[in-house]
Design a protein around this ligand. Sequence first.
Ligand SMILES: [Cu+2]
Length: 187
Amino acid sequence: MRNVSKWLAVFATMAFISCGDEKKEKETITIGEDNTLEQVETTESTTMTDNAVSEGEAVISRDGVTEVRLTGNDQMKFNLKEIRVKAGDKVKLTLTHVGQLPENAMGHNFVLLKQGTDIPEFANKAMEAKDNEYIPQNSEQVIVNTEMIGGGEETSIEFDAPAAGTYDFICSFPGHYVQMQGKFIVE
Ligand SMILES: [Cu+2]
């Protein structure tokens, strides 16, 4: 019985971790075999607390406005891997840095990219744009972006949802896009 609940917990943990995060999944499996599952659960609940907002309440649409509460932390993670908004809605997105590290070490922003953008290529260009908060000057690939913020800071933007479809969003701080990216789905 103890084993059964242990494995249920492992599966629950794996389900909680968003797909596509291979490294994290491997970690979880290894830890499960080592019988130190409680440690995993502690780690996960810490992450939840860090991010403060659960996914269910992070995106709320009403009266033609979709409010998005996106957070980024010191572990280089967004709380959302997917943001769904209604076509025609105004989007009010608030990005909160729930960590403590300063902007120059762990800066986060939200950059919504046009469809067809090559993310690694864009991120390379962004890396060279330190003076412009890591947004390439005159980029035609950016639909909208927030400013770059550090631990404890918050920033908001408002924009009209682009045409229905699936878009990528990333944090353009050097190296962050690998972990800090997700899908922005307009439906
Ligand atoms: Cu970042």
